[in-house]
Design a binder for this molecule. Structure first.
Ligand code: B12
Ligand code: SF4
Length: 574
């Protein structure tokens, strides 16, 4: 059977990514002998474009996967598919926990409640829908089937139905993977508690074996350019036995950096050190709320502010970058409690700050509560980074909440900048670090984009950089002395797959040209990564050191030049 698997990722602001659930369905259906066509939709097609997709794949079945924010798009796509009389199955987290709503819209034939691999295969194999466990129709609700207890039974899959080259390219060479499924914590805003409830009596939290995981990572590395991995599981460190094995074997077998989600309270400083030594370069963590009472009583997250502060301090000391998530406008929020979140965020200064407006997801405790107390407005938002709140708050007028949310988002940029400087202080190398010494006053000329500071990594080599869009001129006043100027020159990896040419990097002291170097990795492979330069010079009087970048040609497309860890080493008096 030809199965068209679709995943609308429209309006989420997430960018193209590999959806693990859809991948697992594609792998399972293919292994069962079916012909799978996957379409990841980043923009809503119009009716004609959708028809072209249907005509191209000629599906016998349309299987659509979506979360709550994407339900309105999925609804439209399924309506159009039905006009062509193609049977349609809806599945995923929204269909699972809002099955009534999906069926009430009357846009598909069946809904899959829960894990979908075997249900999809049964349907594709021609079994009667009424006999397929997990399926719901308009006049029947079949019993659930057991969870897949052993995840190693699932195929090791090379993701060939997905545009993986494009996905890894736009994500800077990062390849995502899962080490298991599920999370055991009771957070009231998250679907994990709902999944656990659905599968009560069974082990919702499961892990793959290391062998199964590593076989997948090996396969992915053999098929695609993988510079780092990103383990997108809810919490990476839950299974200590798995973790110990991973930390021991991963660096030897793979040796590329990785990123993961951690939970404050379930990792100590030494765990972080071991993770860092194995390659963890970035930890994603939920702070969610700064008011301890709200965090525990409303969100169901048992952790105190002291633990949160410790976690960020440890990470900074160990050189692990952090990305922290915050939710604003949760039930019971007041201006004072939101202020507490901003205050804590400022205190811990994550390297990346994400602020979102609360959304009550079907199946969660807070969803039920917001329905019962009448605060749920019932609006459809395609993202939680929105201009509208999903619920009405008694003590926080909506216009004030939205204004404070925006103020927090603006403040987040300042916090990230502060985090950059703090991280730099820990990592400071070289006697005069020109990234640390930099201020906007040093910029005497800049191109289409502002000169800024940025952390950039090629493989394992991350550097604090000056980021410029040629033509640019950055100047520093320096005292007399004998110096060495050292830096790594590169074009930002995010521009490598675009057109355009290279950049010339020039260093001048006292009008004397010390360096004139062209870097053009788009046409010259050996310019990929950092090109290190080391130049000696003497300044007999106070002088100006100038770092210039120039475009090679008039084509300035994606020409982002980096001075990686530029610094001066003091070698003595002139
Ligand atoms: C990894 C992850 C991501 C990744 C990758 C997304 C992905 N789809 O893989 C990224 C970072 C990109 C992401 C983004 C977002 N995420 Co997210 N994410 C997760 C996480 C942690 C794991 C998802 C996963 O891979 N599970 C493992 C796979 C195997 O399970 P699955 O996807 O549920 O699929 C199975 C079944 O649902 C079913 N199924 C799925 N689709 C279909 C279709 C058919 C036809 C059938 C038959 C069955 C079926 O079968 C699959 C295999 O068993 C979950 C939390 C969780 N534990 O589920 C949150 C979660 C899915 N995310 C969530 C949210 C809110 C988001 C964002 C909106 C956040 C944002 N920044 O805007 C976006 C939305 C992106 C999108 N287009 O949907 C919510 C969704 C809540 C909801 N009701 O919609 C969750 C549940 C977390 C939470 N808060 O509770 N996410
Ligand atoms: S710890 Fe994270 S993934 Fe686990 S239940 Fe809480 S919010 Fe969900």
């Amino acid at each position: 059977m030809h199965i068209l698997l679709t995943y609308p990722n429209i309006g989420t602001r997430n960018g193209p990514h590999y959806p693990h659930g859809v991948g697992s369905l594609a792998a399972a259906a293919t292994a069962a002998g079916h012909k799978v066509h996957v379409r990841l939709l980043e923009q809503m097609p119009d009716r004609e474009q959708w028809q072209a997709i249907l005509d191209e794949s000629q599906p016998d079945l349309h299987a659509c996967s979506f979360g709550s924010h994407q339900w309105p798009y999925a609804r439209e796509l399924m309506t159009w598919t039905r006009e062509d009389e193609i049977p349609t199955l809806a599945g995923g987290v929204h269909a699972t926990f809002a099955a009534e709503q999906v069926l009430a819209a009357d846009v598909c034939d069946w809904v899959c409640v829960g894990e979908g691999e075997d249900a999809l295969i049964d349907l594709a194999n021609g079994m009667k829908p009424r006999e397929i466990a997990n399926l719901r129709g308009y006049d029947f609700t079949n019993p659930p089937r057991p969870l897949i207890a052993d995840l190693d039974e699932l195929p090791v899959y090379g993701r060939r139905h997905f545009p993986m080259e494009e996905i890894t390219r736009v994500n800077g060479g990062e390849m995502t993977a899962l080490i298991g499924r599920g999370c055991p914590y009771p957070c009231t805003y998250c679907c994990n508690a709902a999944w656990r409830e659905l599968y009560r009596g069974q082990a919702w939290v499961r892990w793959r074996s290391l062998d199964h995981l590593f076989a997948e990572l090996d396969l992915l590395r053999s098929l695609y350019q993988v510079d780092s991995f990103y383990f997108e599981d809810d919490i990476f460190t839950l299974n200590r036995e798995f973790l110990d094995g991973f930390l021991e074997q991963y660096p030897r077998r793979f040796g590329v950096p990785f990123r993961a989600y951690l939970r404050i309270g379930s990792v100590e400083r030494d765990d972080l050190r071991r993770l860092r030594d194995a390659g963890l370069v970035m930890a994603n963590v939920g702070i969610e709320h700064g008011d301890e009472r709200m965090r525990v009583e409303v969100l169901g997250r048992k952790m105190d502010n002291e633990q949160i502060v410790d976690f960020f301090d440890w990470s900074r000391e160990l050189g692990i970058r952090t990305r922290a998530f915050h939710i604003v406008g949760v039930p019971g929020e007041t201006p004072a409690t939101l202020q507490a979140t901003r205050k804590l965020c400022r205190r811990v200064a994550p390297d990346e700050v994400q602020v979102s407006l609360f959304e009550p997801y079907p199946g969660t405790k807070l969803y039920r509560q917001c329905l019962e107390d009448g605060s749920f407005k019932g609006i459809e938002r395609d993202t939680y980074f929105d201009e509208q709140a999903a619920i009405t708050l008694v003590d926080f007028p909506e216009d004030e909440l939205i204004a404070t949310y925006h103020a927090f988002c603006d403040e987040a940029k300042e916090i990230e900048d502060h985090a950059f400087v703090l991280a730099l202080q820990y990592r400071r190398r070289g006697e005069i670090d020109l990234v640390a010494e930099w201020s906007p006053d040093c910029v005497q000329q800049m191109g289409a984009e502002p000169v800024a500071r940025k952390r950039v990594r090629f493989g394992n080599d991350e550097r604090f950089c000056l980021f410029t869009h040629p033509r640019s001129l950055i100047a520093y006043d320096i005292p007399p002395g004998r110096y060495r100027f050292r830096a790594g020159l590169a074009l930002d990896p995010i521009c490598l797959n675009w057109g355009g040419g290279g950049a010339r990097f020039l260093v001048q002291v006292d009008e004397q040209l010390l360096l004139d170097r062209m870097i053009d990795p788009k046409h010259n492979e050996q310019d990929m990564g950092w090109t290190d330069v080391d130049i000696s010079f003497t300044a007999t009087a106070p002088t100006t050191l100038r770092l210039l970048t120039q475009p090679e040609s008039d084509d300035l497309t994606a020409l982002w030049a980096l001075w990686g860890h530029p610094h001066l080493v003091w070698e003595g008096d002139a």
